[in-house]
Structure formats: structure tokens, C-alpha cells
Design a protein around this ligand. Structure first.
Ligand code: PFF
Length: 450
């Protein structure tokens, strides 16, 4: 019998949805631009090491808690904790997670709105509407609010359809479209003059920088953000997985897709930067360092496209279309966190919950836009640098220490009768208990000290 709270209908559906959440602006914009300014392949290696050794086990903690409880993060942590302080702390962790997910969406929707505007600007210049194209690419309040709202309405429309007809169906469509677009763009950019210089920077590691604390902190933040960890997104997606599925395998697939797309996006963005350099666009500052990450996407790449004539307009459209789709499959997962909680905890209908919460988040985005210089960077730092690692730490503690050990192991056996023969069974239960929390704390301490 179908569960009344909704369930993914297939393994493919879940992997597309969870990978859709994971793959977003963080992969296609964040990862390549951070790699470019942090020693290229050195960053890539640290990122890969952290993704497999830390982010994957932390992802498994969320998936297991979610699948066990078949409920949102607040209820899941409440269910597994003994009454008293630990239960209250668990509930608080879940609530903070849903606030952080909403705050992430409030800045994400602004950036995603820019992506849609740049995508439409390419269309406008294709049909000769240059002044419209200029408005679409200029940083004005009216443009910013309009496209943030458009993006929020798209996100709300998908989430109001529920798990199967909304999240699963749209992820199954959008993710393959995104992958094809990305591969086509990489193929094209690699044929252009100057691309090989970008490949060299991306693939030759500067080991001196690989071990610098700044780089490790940046890579940890990138890995957590990229796998959508610490805010209950993966926990809620885990809660929609059937008990027949093999969780370590599904989590592994999601991690692999996420990392592969980040690495693939590096083959697009770094070569594109050096093609731009080759075409006379400035990519270094006066002191010889690379220009900032946002300048790269919104200035360097558009300038590059404009040196390429009509092909540039098509490539520009395709690139920003890709960014918009990637952002949408992530934003739906963020909105689902507070929505699922409100439906399950307060008995509100999905439609009502989606519109009210979506409205509050859009209002928050508007406040950020009105105080852009003060709030934008602050909200990003608060959510991604501090909250995500700390909440990820709490999820590992609850999975590793508070969750009854036998029940946890029982959960691992579901859908996977041979699990006890595998490496995962031997390593993960200890890993999530000791190694993950200690590494997260060590890196977090560095963040505070640095
Ligand atoms: N993983 C997304 C990205 O890489 O862009 C961002 C994200 C999605 C963060 C969902 C947090 C979240 F809950």
C-alpha cells in the first residue's frame, strides 16, 4: 500500500531527486571557481578526499535517520531520543535545521533569479532587444526582486505537487536535461583556443596549497554545501525511501553523481576562464590573483560570450539555462524541509504550507535584497560556514550515539540482507560515531580561529 505521506516510486526517481538536490549552483559555480582560486587540482584532491571520507558518511547518517522514522528531521530526532534534555536538544536541532534550510533558500533564490535573467538576456539579444537584455543583466532592485519571485513561484509550484508528481517527476526530467547540457558545453569549450591553459591549472596540483587550513576549510564547506548536508534535506528525502531499498548503495550513487558533476563542471568553467583570458578579457586582479567568484560568472563569462558572436549568444543561453535547472532541483529540496515539517507537525494541507512558507522565504529574500551589502554575505556565511557543519555534527552524534545501536544496525539490514559481509558494515557505525564528529569539530575550530 502506498504510504499516505508519499514515497519515491523507483530507485532512479530517488537518485535523481537526491542528486538533484545535491547538484546545484554549488557544483557548477562554487566548486570550479573555488578550485580556480585555491590551487586547482590541489583543491580537487582535498575536496574528493573530504567528500568520500566525511560527506558520504554524514549523508548516510541523515538518510538512515530519515528512513527509520519516515518523518521530518524534528520528529525523527524526537523519536530516537530518550525523554529529557537529549530529546529537547534533538528537536531544537531539527528546528534550527529547517530555519537554516529556509535561509539558504532565501539567498539561493536571489542568485538563481540572476541565472534566469541572464538566460533570458541571451534570448533578448538574439532577437535584437538590446535594451531589455541590458536591463536583465544590470544589478537593479526591480530586476532582482522580479526574478527571485519568478524562481520562488517555480519552486513552490513543483513542491505543491508533492513527492511523486512534484519532486520525483520533475527531478527525473530536469536532471538528464542538465547533464546533457553540461556535457555539450564542456565539449564545445574544450575546442576553443586557450582552453588547455585552464585544463593545466585544473589538473596540475599545487601541493603547497593543498594542506593549507584555509583550503581545507573551504573544501569542507564546499563538500557539505554540495551534498546538501546538515539541514535535514537529505533526511527528509531519506524518509521517502522504501524499506526495500539498499541505503548505503543509494547514498553512494548520490555522492558519486554529485562529485562527478562538480568535477565535470570544472572542465567547463576553468577552461572557459582561460579562453576568456586568451580573448583579452581580464581574469586576474592587479596583484595577479584571480578575480572574485561572482565577477567570474557574471562578468568574465558574459564578456567571453560577447566576443564569440552569435555562437556566444547560444552558449550564453545554454550556460545560464543549465544553472537555472541545477538551481531549481536544489531549491525544491530546501523548501520541502520546512513544508514537510509543517504538514506533519501541524496538520496543514500541502498547498497551504507551500504557499505560506514560500511567501515567508520570498519576503526574507526581499529584505536581503533591500540590505544587500549588509545581509547577503552574512546570511551565506552564517548558513554555510557555521550552521551546516555544526548541524551535520549533531546529526552524526544522534545517529552514532543516541540512536539505539541495534535499531540502527537493523535499519542497515533492510533491503540489504548481505550488508554484514561488506566494508560499510565494518567501518561506518564507528566512523559516524567518532571520526566524523572529530574531523568536523577540528575543521570547525580552525574556522573560528582563522
Ligand atoms: N547542494 C546544493 C548546491 O550544491 O548548490 C545546495 C543546497 C541544497 C544546500 C539543499 C542545502 C540544501 F539543503
Amino acid at each position: 500500500m502506498a504510504s499516505p505521506r508519499g514515497e519515491f516510486t523507483s530507485r532512479f526517481g530517488f537518485v535523481m531527486a537526491a542528486a538533484g538536490s545535491a547538484v546545484g549552483l554549488g557544483n557548477i559555480w562554487g566548486f570550479p571557481t573555488q578550485a580556480a582560486s585555491n590551487g586547482g587540482a590541489a583543491f580537487l584532491l582535498v575536496y574528493l578526499a573530504l567528500a568520500f571520507s566525511l560527506a558520504y558518511p554524514a549523508l548516510m547518517a541523515e538518510l538512515i535517520l530519515g528512513r527509520h522514522a519516515h518523518a521530518n528531521a524534528v520528529n525523527a530526532l524526537r523519536l530516537i531520543s530518550p525523554a529529557g534534555l537529549l530529546r529537547r536538544l534533538g528537536v531544537t536541532t531539527g528546528v534550527v535545521g529547517l530555519i537554516v534550510a529556509s535561509l539558504i533558500l532565501s539567498f539561493y533564490a536571489i542568485v538563481a533569479g540572476w541565472m534566469i535573467a541572464f538566460c533570458l538576456a541571451a534570448l533578448a539579444s538574439l532577437v535584437g532587444m538590446e535594451s531589455l537584455a541590458q536591463w536583465l543583466t544590470s544589478f537593479g532592485f526591480a530586476r532582482n526582486v522580479s526574478f527571485m519571485l519568478l524562481f520562488m513561484v517555480l519552486t513552490i509550484s513543483i513542491i505543491s505537487e508533492g513527492v511523486r508528481a512534484g519532486i520525483e517527476r520533475w527531478s527525473e526530467r530536469l536532471m538528464p536535461a542538465m547533464l546533457i547540457t553540461l556535457v555539450a558545453l564542456v565539449g564545445y569549450v574544450l575546442t576553443l583556443d586557450g582552453a588547455s591553459d585552464g585544463l593545466k591549472v585544473y589538473l596540475l596540483p599545487d601541493f603547497e596549497r593543498a594542506l593549507s587550513p584555509k583550503l581545507i576549510i573551504a573544501a569542507l564547506g564546499a563538500a557539505f554545501f554540495s551534498l546538501s548536508l546538515g539541514v535535514g534535506t537529505m533526511l527528509i528525502y531519506g524518509s521517502y525511501i522504501s524499506d526495500r531499498e539498499n541505503l548505503p548503495l543509494l547514498g553512494g550513487m548520490v555522492t558519486l553523481v554529485d562529485i562527478s558533476i562538480a568535477v565535470l563542471a570544472g572542465f567547463l568553467v576553468l577552461p572557459a576562464m582561460y579562453v576568456a583570458h586568451h580573448n583579452g578579457v581580464q581574469i586576474f586582479t592587479e596583484t595577479g590573483t584571480l578575480i572574485s567568484e561572482d565577477t567570474l560568472i557574471f562578468t568574465v563569462l558574459p564578456e567571453l560570450f560577447s566576443t564569440m558572436g552569435i555562437a556566444g549568444v547560444v552558449v550564453s543561453f545554454t550556460f545560464f539555462f543549465l544553472m537555472s535547472i541545477a538551481a531549481l532541483t536544489s531549491s525544491i529540496s530546501m523548501l520541502e524541509v520546512p513544508v514537510a515539517y509543517t504538514i506533519e507537525e501541524h496538520g496543514v494541507s500541502r498547498k497551504k504550507a507551500v504557499w505560506v512558507i514560500g511567501g515567508i522565504i520570498a519576503a526574507t529574500s526581499t529584505v536581503i535584497l533591500l540590505n544587500f551589502a549588509e545581509l547577503f554575505g552574512l546570511v551565506i556565511a552564517f548558513t554555510t560556514r557555521y550552521s551546516q557543519p555544526l548541524l551535520g555534527f549533531m546529526f552524526c552524534i544522534y545517529a552514532g550515539w543516541i540512536f539505539n545501536r541495534n535499531t540502527l544496525l537493523q535499519e542497515l539490514r533492510k533491503g540489504n540482507p548481505d550488508v554484514e559481509q561488506g566494508l560499510f558494515w565494518k567501518i561506518w557505525p564507528w566512523y559516524v560515531r567518532l571520526v566524523c564528529p572529530l574531523i568536523i569539530l577540528a575543521i570547525f575550530a580552525q574556522t573560528l580561529l582563522g
